[in-house]
Ligand binder design. Structure first.
Ligand code: NAP
Length: 476
C-alpha cells in the first residue's frame, strides 16, 4: 500500500458527521504526502448499519482505512478482525486500518493527547489531574495519564455509574495512579484539567446555557493549579470554549482540541502508510491556518420571503467556496413533504418544530451560508443559537420590491402558505398580508449584526456587499 501513490480512499464514519473537520484535515495531510489522488469523505453511519458498512469496507482494497467518531468508537471493537493492544485496553477505537482485507482497530486519540502535552513540556509524572467526562475520549485520556504515571485522576461525569465503571477498569491497569470520582473541597498540586465532554462545542445543545455550563464545570473553582498548570479542552470548535475561559481566569494556561485532532490524524497516516517518519509531525504548524479557515462559522441570511435569501445565499456560497443550505429545503428533505404540504396536513406548529431542528443543525456547521425561512427566528431558541454560532445578516427590502420579486400569483400562493388568505383576513390584499408579516417579524430581523438594503441591488451585488463586509473584517 505504501508504494501506491494515488487513487486511495479514506473516510470518517459517525452520526452526526456533517460537522467533522476530518475530510479537510486528511486531504491536507494527503496532499503534503504527495497523494494528490487521495479522496476522503464523511459518511453518516447509523449504529444499526455499522456491521454492513464494515463488511463492504473489507471488499474495498482502495481504502487505506477509516476514522471513527461518535457513536461508534466503543461498539466497533466487536466488529473488527483485530484490535491493537492499547486500543483494547482503552476500550475505544478511533482508527481502522484496512490491511489485506482485514480490519485492524487502533486508538490514536491517546497518542495525540500525549503529543500535545509533550509539545508544551507538561511534566505529568506525579501531578494531580481532573477530567470531565467518561466517554470514549475520556478513556483515551485516562489511559494516557495512567501510562505516564500521574499521581491521581479525578473523573467527573454527569452519569456517575459511567465514571465509576471507568475508575474500576483503569485502577488495576495503572496501579501507580489513583483514580477517583469526587473532587475534595480543595485540591492542590493540580497540573492538568481536561474537558472530554462536548459541553461548549459549537452547535451543541448546552452551548449557550452559561449557567448550566458554569455549574457543570463548578469543580474548577475548588482547584488550586500548579504555576504552569494546563487546561485542555478536547473540543476544537470553537477554540475558546467556556471551560477554557473559566480555567484561564483561575490561572491555567489553555489549549484547545485542534492540536490533538491534527496529531491523532498524523498518527493515522503513520499507520495507514506504515511510516515511522517524524517529519509528518513537523508539518503541524504549517497546516493550522488552513484548518482555522475551515472552521469559519456559518453566515445566516434572514429576512422576509422575497428578500433573496436563497438566491443570494447560493451565489455567496459559490463565491466563498462554502456550502449552501436552505432551512426550508432541509425541512422538506427530512419530512418528505413540501412546506405547503406540511402546513396543510400537519399545521404551522409541526413545521416550526422541523424548522427549528434544521436551524440548530445548520448552526453546528462551518463554512456554510444558511438561508433561513422567513419565520425561522420567531421560534424560541433559534435566534440565540444563530447569534451564538455564526453571523446573522438581514436582507432588507421594501414591500413593493418583495412583491415584485415574488411576482405574487396564484401559483406563488400555493407554495407560500402564509400569504394565502386565512379565514380571518380573506379580504386583505396579498401586499398587505406581506407587509403585516414583515412588520410582525421586523424586530427579530433587526437583531442581525449586519443589514444589507437590497431594494435596488441584483443578487450578485448583494452577495458582493456581504463578501466586502467579511473582507473588511466586519464579521470578526
Ligand atoms: P462520548 O463517548 O459520547 O462521551 C461524551 C461524554 O460527555 C460523556 O461523559 C457524557 O456524559 C458527557 N456529556 C455529553 N453531554 C453532556 C451534557 N450535556 N452535560 C454533561 N455531560 C455531557 O463522546 P467522546 O467520543 O468521548 O467525545 C467527547 C468530546 O471529545 C467531543 O466533543 C469530541 O469532539 C471530542 N474529541 C476531540 C478529539 C480531538 O482530537 N480533539 C478526539 C476525541 C474526542 P454522560 O456519560 O453523563 O452521558
Amino acid at each position: 500500500m505504501s508504494g501506491t501513490k494515488g487513487g486511495l480512499k479514506g473516510a470518517v464514519i459517525g452520526n452526526p458527521i456533517s460537522h467533522s473537520l476530518s475530510p479537510v484535515l486528511h486531504l491536507i495531510l494527503a496532499e503534503r504526502l504527495g497523494m494528490r489522488d487521495f479522496t476522503y469523505s464523511a459518511v453518516e453511519v447509523l449504529p444499526r448499519d455499522l456491521r454492513t458498512y464494515l463488511d463492504e469496507l473489507r471488499c474495498c482494497p482502495e481504502f487505506v482505512g477509516i476514522n471513527v467518531t461518535v457513536p461508534h468508537k466503543e461498539a466497533i471493537l466487536a466488529e473488527l478482525d483485530e484490535v491493537i493492544v492499547q486500543a483494547r485496553a482503552i476500550g475505544a477505537v478511533n482508527l481502522v486500518h484496512l490491511k489485506d482485507g482485514k480490519l485492524i482497530g487502533h486508538n490514536t486519540d491517546y497518542i495525540g493527547f500525549l503529543r500535545v502535552l509533550d509539545d508544551r513540556k507538561i511534566k505529568l509524572h506525579d501531578c494531580n489531574v481532573v477530567v470531565w467526562g467518561a466517554g470514549g475520549a475520556a478513556k483515551a485520556v485516562l489511559h494516557a495519564l495512567g501510562w505516564r504515571h500521574v499521581a491521581s485522576v479525578a473523573v467527573l461525569n454527569r452519569d456517575q455509574a459511567r465514571s465509576k465503571a471507568l475508575i474500576s477498569a483503569f485502577t488495576p491497569l495503572f496501579p501507580k495512579t489513583r483514580f477517583y470520582g469526587v473532587v475534595p473541597a480543595v485540591l492542590t498540586r493540580v497540573g492538568l484539567v481536561v474537558n472530554t465532554t462536548p459541553v461548549g462545542m459549537r452547535g451543541y445543545a448546552m452551548e449557550g446555557d452559561i449557567n448550566a455550563t458554569s455549574e457543570f464545570f463548578s469543580g474548577l473553582a475548588r482547584i488550586s493549579p500548579e504555576p504552569d498548570a494546563l487546561a485542555f479542552d478536547l473540543i476544537y470548535n470553537p477554540e475558546r470554549t467556556p471551560f477554557l475561559s473559566l480555567a484561564s481566569h483561575l490561572g491555567f494556561r489553555c489549549v484547545a482540541g485542534l492540536d490533538m485532532l491534527v496529531h491523532q490524524a498524523i498518527e493515522s497516516w503513520k499507520i495507514w502508510t506504515n511510516s515511522t517518519s517524524e517529519s509528518l509531525g513537523e508539518i503541524l504548524p504549517s497546516i493550522m491556518p488552513e484548518l482555522r479557515r475551515a472552521l469559519a462559522p456559518p453566515i445566516f441570511l434572514c429576512g422576509p420571503m422575497g428578500a433573496g435569501k436563497s438566491t443570494v445565499g447560493s451565489i455567496l456560497a459559490q463565491r466563498l467556496g462554502w456550502d449552501f443550505v436552505d432551512t426550508d429545503c432541509l425541512v422538506e428533505a427530512e419530512s418528505g413533504l413540501s412546506v405547503s404540504e406540511i402546513f396543510e396536513q400537519q399545521g404551522e406548529q409541526a413545521f416550526r418544530v422541523l424548522e427549528k431542528k434544521a436551524v440548530l443543525n445548520s448552526a453546528a456547521r462551518t463554512r456554510t451560508v444558511v438561508a433561513l425561512g422567513g419565520g425561522a427566528l420567531m421560534t424560541d431558541g433559534t435566534l440565540a443559537a444563530v447569534e451564538r454560532s455564526g453571523i446573522l445578516v438581514y436582507l432588507e427590502a421594501k414591500t413593493s420590491a418583495l412583491v415584485r420579486r415574488l411576482q405574487v400569483s396564484e401559483n406563488e400562493l400555493k407554495v407560500r402558505p402564509l400569504l394565502s388568505p386565512a379565514k380571518s383576513d380573506g379580504q386583505i390584499s396579498v401586499d398587505s398580508r406581506l407587509e403585516n408579516l414583515v412588520k410582525a417579524r421586523q424586530a427579530i430581523y433587526l437583531r442581525a449584526s449586519h443589514r444589507v438594503q437590497t431594494d435596488n441591488l441584483e443578487p450578485n451585488a448583494v452577495a458582493a456587499v456581504i463578501i466586502r463586509l467579511t473582507e473588511e473584517g466586519e464579521f470578526s
